[in-house]
Design a protein around this ligand. Structure first.
Ligand SMILES: *[C@@H]1O[C@H](CO)[C@@H](O)[C@H](O)[C@H]1NC(C)=O
Ligand SMILES: *[C@@H]1O[C@H](CO)[C@@H](O)[C@H](O)[C@H]1NC(C)=O
Ligand SMILES: *[C@@H]1O[C@H](CO)[C@@H](O)[C@H](O)[C@H]1NC(C)=O
Ligand SMILES: *[C@@H]1O[C@H](CO)[C@@H](O)[C@H](O)[C@H]1NC(C)=O
Ligand SMILES: *[C@@H]1O[C@H](CO)[C@@H](O)[C@H](O)[C@H]1NC(C)=O
Ligand SMILES: *[C@@H]1O[C@H](CO)[C@@H](O)[C@H](O)[C@H]1NC(C)=O
Ligand SMILES: *[C@@H]1O[C@H](CO)[C@@H](O)[C@H](O)[C@H]1NC(C)=O
Ligand SMILES: *[C@@H]1O[C@H](CO)[C@@H](O)[C@H](O)[C@H]1NC(C)=O
Ligand SMILES: *[C@@H]1O[C@H](CO)[C@@H](O)[C@H](O)[C@H]1NC(C)=O
Ligand SMILES: *[C@@H]1O[C@H](CO)[C@@H](O)[C@H](O)[C@H]1NC(C)=O
Ligand SMILES: *[C@@H]1O[C@H](CO)[C@@H](O)[C@H](O)[C@H]1NC(C)=O
Ligand SMILES: *[C@@H]1O[C@H](CO)[C@@H](O)[C@H](O)[C@H]1NC(C)=O
Length: 495
């Protein structure tokens, strides 16, 4: 380190130099002029200047220069003494901009600075770090484009820039990072298409690009990596079909494409997968039917197809997806009966088949699916009665939505014994008899029994509701409720 260089540095980095140059001065004698560790010290001091923190969390960075390897968050190489190989600066309330001098820490293999308030652009100088394997700048306030120079970091395996405000396109040059395993750019403002070349990265395991403004189609080559594990493209404006190669991927566990403009049929291979656990395709324009083939050992846990243009019946082999926990088929054109086999899905927690054209009676065994927390069957043409013991056979139920069908019979009093119930919506059916007292349901938020043929009896059901402190919506209109309102109701209404 020459005094000249120090002078240059101090004029541009006045504050840090007060700290860093004092340290130099005392140790200048022991440092050779062109020693590489000086470069790293300079770069660290430069970082310290630019990455300010109101909480003073980089306080250890003003200590003895020769020991910068022991500064918090700094890791040095064992083989190359005094060369920085990793920066771990997660959640330190850092703000300011990442300075170009970070590109001088040429031994860096890992940059981990997520969850701070960094602003400005990602410096193109990061491309100088040809040993870099891991880059995590997620959850900051970075803006501008993703530098295409990152492709010079030929050993990059992980890029996580999610939850920033990056815009522009995904640089096609990233396809040259042949070691890439994980590319996470979700929750930014990226536009344009997904570069076709990304699909050809042969070690790609995770591709997360959700919640951007991406257009165009899913790369046809995606799925060619035999390690592909998770693909999350939710909340974009992608069009076109699910590519066959992706559907055939034998390692895929998570495919999340919800909330795009994708179309075509759902490839049968996806229902045949021995690896897929989550298939999330809601709110797209998929058409056609659920194919009639199955993999009996399917590990599928989440099947979300709601808000598409699917038709045909709900196939009876759905019961063979025995690992399913969520089955969301609402807002499609499904017709026919609810298959009897559905009760074979022992762990089903959420079943939503609202807004279809389903007919016939609900299989009695469906009301025995004790893991159900959400049962939505609204707006179909279903008939039948609720079993009298439903309150005991659906002990976990929180939401029961059956509005807009032709259900009849009495509302079972046992419903009041399912203490987790928050929403009961039986509106617009043909229920008759006396409204049960739901007063012992502590979590009840929404009770809608309107447009039935219900009677009030002695109105005790209404006074019991005074105990439901969470109740926000109560609708009883268009029934045949008659008699004198109990005084307790008047008291509640005036409060
Ligand atoms: C640089 O200086 C440090 C501290 O004096 C020393 O440990 C290291 O070996 C030197 N590196 C080179 C490449 O000369
Ligand atoms: C600086 O180093 C000395 C000895 O190495 C240590 O006792 C002291 O706690 C350090 N100070 C800071 C702020 O890290
Ligand atoms: C990087 O280091 C070189 C010398 O090692 C120096 O000339 C240059 O100014 C440094 N770059 C930055 C951005 O600090
Ligand atoms: C990046 O850092 C965040 C915060 O620690 C972490 O949750 C995330 O998993 C990291 N990304 C990768 C790809 O390791
Ligand atoms: C960073 O972004 C978040 C969310 O957009 C915002 O609340 C916060 O104020 C921003 N911080 C800075 C320093 O810009
Ligand atoms: C998609 O957008 C919704 C609504 O803004 C959000 O709650 C969800 O987390 C997003 N999904 C992903 C995978 O980013
Ligand atoms: C997908 O797998 C099926 C059955 O194994 C095979 O016939 C088909 O050619 C494959 N398609 C692609 C695009 O690999
Ligand atoms: C379904 O899986 C079986 C057995 O793994 C395979 O023979 C068949 O080709 C697959 N069908 C499709 C459409 O992928
Ligand atoms: C939905 O699919 C039907 C055929 O099943 C087709 O006639 C209709 O145009 C499609 N609607 C949309 C919005 O794609
Ligand atoms: C579903 O699995 C059962 C065995 O659990 C089997 O007997 C039945 O044939 C399967 N259903 C279909 C449609 O293949
Ligand atoms: C069901 O609730 C009623 C009152 O609403 C109560 O009398 C009865 O004991 C409860 N049954 C069980 C099994 O908890
Ligand atoms: C409300 O709850 C209290 C305490 O659990 C109980 O004593 C009372 O009878 C209940 N009132 C009604 C109207 O159900």
């Amino acid at each position: 380190m020459s005094p000249q260089a120090l002078g240059t540095l101090s004029s541009s980095l006045p504050l840090v130099l007060v700290l860093c140059s004092l340290v130099y001065a005392s140790s200048l004698d022991s440092i050779a002029p062109q020693n590489d560790s000086n470069t790293d010290l300079h770069a660290l001091c430069c970082l310290k200047l630019h990455l300010t923190t109101s909480a003073g969390l980089l306080v250890s960075w003003k200590n003895d220069s020769l020991q910068f390897c022991s500064w918090s968050g700094v890791t040095c190489s064992k083989r190359h003494a005094s060369r920085v190989i990793a920066l771990d600066l997660e959640s330190l309330d850092l703000d300011g901009q990442i300075p170009p001098c970070i590109g001088n820490l040429t031994f860096l293999t890992k940059i981990h600075i997520p969850n701070n308030q960094l602003t400005g652009q990602i410096p193109p100088e990061l491309g100088q770090l040809n040993r870099l394997r891991y880059l995590n700048l997620s959850t900051n306030n970075l803006t501008g484009r993703i530098p295409s120079t990152l492709s010079s970091c030929v050993h990059l395996q992980t890029i996580h820039l999610g939850s920033n405000s990056l815009d522009g396109v995904i640089p096609p040059s990233l396809s040259q990072c042949s070691d890439m395993q994980q590319l996470s750019l979700g929750h930014n403002k990226l536009s344009g298409g997904i570069p076709e070349g990304l699909g050809m990265l042969r070690n790609l395991a995770v591709l997360r690009l959700a919640t951007n403004s991406l257009t165009g189609s899913i790369p046809r080559s995606l799925g060619s990596s035999s390690s592909l594990h998770s693909v999350v493209l939710t909340n974009n404006s992608l069009t076109g079909p699910i590519p066959p190669l992706l559907a055939n991927s034998s390692s895929l566990q998570l495919l999340a494409l919800s909330n795009n403009h994708l179309s075509g049929e759902i490839p049968p291979a996806l229902f045949n997968s021995t690896s897929l656990q989550k298939l999330l395709l809601g709110t797209n324009s998929f058409a056609g039917s659920i194919p009639a083939l199955l993999n009996i050992d399917s590990p599928l846990q989440y099947l979300i197809l709601q808000s598409n243009n699917l038709s045909g019946t709900i196939p009876s082999f759905i019961g063979n997806f025995s690992s399913l926990r969520w089955l969301l088929l609402g807002d499609n054109n499904f017709q026919g009966n609810i298959p009897m086999s559905i009760d074979e899905i022992r762990n089903l927690e959420i079943l939503d088949i609202t807004y279809n054209f389903l007919t016939g009676s609900v299989p009695a065994s469906l009301y025995n699916m004790s893991a159900l927390t959400y049962l939505g069957m609204a707006t179909n043409n279903l008939v039948g009665e609720l079993p009298h013991n439903i309150g005991y056979t659906l002990p976990s139920i929180q939401t029961l939505i059956m509005q807009g069908n032709q259900f009849q019979g009495q509302i079972p009093t046992s419903l009041a014994n399912t203490t987790n119930l928050q929403v009961i919506n039986l509106r617009n059916n043909a229920f008759h008899g006396i409204v049960p007292s739901f007063g012992i349901l502590p979590s009840l938020v929404d009770l809608n029994l309107g447009k039935n043929q219900l009677e009030a009896g002695d109105w005790s059901f209404l006074s019991s509701l005074t105990n439901c402190t969470q109740l926000v919506n109560l609708r009883l209109d268009a029934n045949i409720l008659q008699g004198v309102l109990p005084s307790v109701v008047a008291g509640r209404e005036s409060s």
